[in-house]
Design a binder for this molecule. Structure first.
Ligand code: FES
Ligand code: FES
Length: 154
């Protein structure tokens, strides 16, 4: 099936099998490896992307469901100067160890900051509650997000 989407700001058309997840399409059809495949069961958050402004798990959504949608991945977020403070804060606070979960956290954090430009620590914890890090980097994410929020919206 041919589907079209606005992907990271660019009109994109691609052929997918009906059973392809959005994650499959991003990785295998478009070569975007930022959304990670950790559990493939909808429990870890490492495959998070933003579809029509909503943070979703790309392993749990069919690609065909995204026909006509706007999709943002971590690659698109990283390419926008507006979000550099978020990436800088992640580096400064060293909010990663192996890094496998990090892109999912960054996408979820971006989605939070879209909704709430001044999140509290509790807001960050709640927003990130669906993201699992087996390296245990949890406290550093909230610090990074709150610092980025301050830099972006003083
Ligand atoms: S890989 Fe999608 S939630 Fe874990
Ligand atoms: S930094 Fe390793 S799983 Fe999170």
């Amino acid at each position: 099936m041919t589907i079209s989407m606005n992907l990271n700001g660019a009109p994109t058309e691609l052929d997918v099998k009906p059973n392809y997840t959005l994650h499959d399409a991003l990785q295998f059809k478009l070569g975007l490896t930022g959304a990670k495949h950790m559990c493939n069961k909808g429990v870890c958050g490492s495959c998070a992307v933003i579809v029509d402004g909503r943070c979703v798990l790309s392993c749990q959504m069919l690609a065909v469901e995204c026909d006509g949608s706007t999709v943002e991945t971590v690659e698109g977020i990283a390419a926008q100067p507006k979000w550099k403070p978020l990436l800088d804060a992640y580096c400064k606070w060293d909010a990663m160890q192996c890094g496998y979960c990090t892109t999912g956290f960054v996408v979820t954090a971006k989605s939070l900051l879209d909704r709430n430009p001044h999140p509290t620590e509790q807001d960050c914890k709640e927003a990130l509650s669906g993201n699992i890090c087996i390296c245990g980097t949890y406290p550093r994410h909230s610090q990074a997000i709150m610092e980025a929020a301050l830099a972006m919206n003083p």
